[in-house]
Design a protein around this ligand. Sequence first.
Ligand code: ADP
Ligand code: MG
Length: 469
Amino acid sequence: AWQRVKRRLRAELGEDVFASWFARLELQEVSGGVARLTVPTRFLKSWIESHYLDRVLATFRSEADGIESLEVGVRGAMAPARPGAAALTKPVPGPRPAASPASPAAELPEPERAARGNAPEGELGGAPLDARLTFESFVVGRSNALAHAAAERVARHDGGPALYNPLYFHAGVGLGKTHLLHGIGHAVKNAGRRVIYLTADRFMYGFVNALKTQSALAFKEKLRAIDVLILDDVQFIQGRSIQAEFGHTLNALIDAGRQVVVAADRPPTELESLDERVRSRLAGGLVVEIGTLDEALRASILQSRLEAVRASHPAFEVGPAVAEYVAKAITANGRDLEGAVNRLLAHATLTGAPVTLDTAETAIRDLVKNREPKRVKIEDIQKLVASRYNVSRSDILSERRTAAVVKPRQIAMYLSKVLTLRSLPEIGRRFGGRDHTTVLHAVRKIEKAIGEDTALCDEVELLKRMLQD
Ligand code: ADP
Ligand code: MG
């Protein structure tokens, strides 16, 4: 359960926040409803206690039953309360303490099983909804307006067969898919209808578990007895029996007029790990892409995050110039925006000084540097590749199939896939109206060739750098 708590914190708070504050947080023991956690330094202890205790507790409670409170101690500095506890503070031998069978976490009773009890959600491994991720806190802008409208309609729909089935969202990381899905979940729940939110992980885990305990039939029946099934990150669903089961579940729900809502990091046609029939079923409802956040949207999301944080830290002030700088600088996604707000807050709290442009720049430097690859245009890729291979751009777009043209064309398609956010069909269109399967073929071919041919690998790497600088 503890590993899941950590995984969820990482997913919910983002890689950066997690790495800064939680990576070295460890579970020492659970007894009498108190979970004792440890960190290596006093500073981490006080930081986690003052900013994240409620969050960690809430997450822990939703993963494990019977936890009443948390205590955070400093590893090594703690006087053992009982003789037995002393042993647990010692580092556990082995490369990864938490994964070692001798680790305290492994000695936990199985709160998990107990927690699941007879609650239908629990048995299905339905993940709890994050109270923060609601329609109210979702900021609507150009790139997500359609997705938001579809989400609201589906959530507010009552009675009668489902509207768009399935409703399928796709977008890159941090663009609000999970937020919208939770928003739907809350709204459906509040309307008194039955909803289950599952990540692909949970779905697979639930199903495998059901098979083990020979309750697969019950699992399926439970899944089918709900009004709305929400499945997040379906690109991770894999494995023959599981994806077949996913297909059956999908068919059963849709045929029964139950609403299915799905999110993934790519359109249904590109879900390579899924069977063709499942893909086409997923594509058969409404497929909506959430685009990248434009600056106006980033600014609004930032404001709403700042306001939310200010509710618990009234002294935290971020002036308009700093806000504008952050919204301009953090272009990648909503998760990084959130990470930036947390950095600013950390800076402000630690130094007690107001957030200036200078401090902001330092605080978010790594987010800006690492996460802001230059937007590469397909046209530029085609031009550069053409000139490197002594062909013309129109050769690349043409129907010609001589080796001298095919290879640069495939490289250009490959680069378009890895350097831009365009989908395969879009790339196909931009390469003289080719089919998406042609693009997929080219991408796979170059991927394979790169793995086998170091000269090509270097060449492609060089092209990438030239395009990104
Ligand atoms: P995804 O599931 O697409 O990777 P998330 O839904 O987890 O992205 O969003 C990442 C973070 O950005 C979350 O904290 C989320 O609340 C925030 N976010 C993204 N889009 C929006 C939006 N339109 N309004 C408010 N917050 C947003
Ligand atoms: Mg997500």
